[in-house]
Design a binder for this molecule. Sequence first.
Ligand SMILES: NC(=O)CC[C@H](N)C(=O)O
Length: 314
Amino acid sequence: MNAGHEFSAVRAALPQWVEESRKLTSRGNVASYIPELAKSPASALGIHLLNGQGEHLTAGECGLPFTMQSISKVFTLILALMDHGEATVFSKVGKEPTGDDFNSMLKLELVEPGIPFNPLINAGAIAVSSLIKGDGPEEKSARVLSFFRELAANDKLDYDEAVYRSENETGHMNRSLAYFLKENEVLDGCVEEVLQVYFRHCSIRVTCGDLSRMALVLAFDGQDTLTGKTLIPRRFVQIAKTFMTTCGMYNASGEFAISVGLPAKSGVSGGILTLVPGRYGIGVIGPALNRKGNSVAGVDLLEKLSGRFDWSLF
Ligand SMILES: NC(=O)CC[C@H](N)C(=O)O
């Protein structure tokens, strides 16, 4: 199918598929371990798909704002790589999937040296947050926010203060991971300051449109095709997409690779950022999560799209 035909076919199919997938939201639950996230609308489902010419398709509640949560980890990894290069980053964090829950401590104690398995689990992303350059947590967070604004081409991106506070007050598991990393000399500096940077980037508020624009940069190897600017070196996009494929959907990444076959990253807010290389950036929101912590309806919708239009990379 040529690109124009496919775009029209996606346009024609999307509204009905969103309504079909939405039915699955009753089988999931919104995250409540960050109390503020429990207020998310459980039956929402929205999608925004953007191509390299800037044409977009939307369906469902695509304008719903939500926090990036774990999706942000892809881009803080990229910023840390741009700040320090591969050798330094991969001295603090590994390259392998865990098969465990995203906030698990288990493997930190089982391996030598006790560095986190990969940058997309919480322990790994906290280690990455400690690598962001800047004079103190405010400056580091400001650098992250301005990088995200540039990628999303949206100067208005900002924090959801209520979600930030909610996670900061209740993030005991992340605190224990961070202190463990400090003990293992993976984290430099003050643990509370590193956590501030981590909780801040998780709380950046976006819509599906913002995610699709950020994903489009990855789909085109670091180029913003709409401005002609190179925003990320190709090598770092390659690293990010590899982690998204092997670890991006937590311990359901293998299943997702089989059923959808695209690099993707999900967050506990119910967002999913994914891309079809050289073609589309895609943002999805569906706050009701399955048992592995991924948007139950969002995954179903992506399965429909990838299956019908043969998007799997494999
Ligand atoms: N899976 C997620 O989206 C986790 C991010 C969340 N901020 C946490 O640390 O628990």
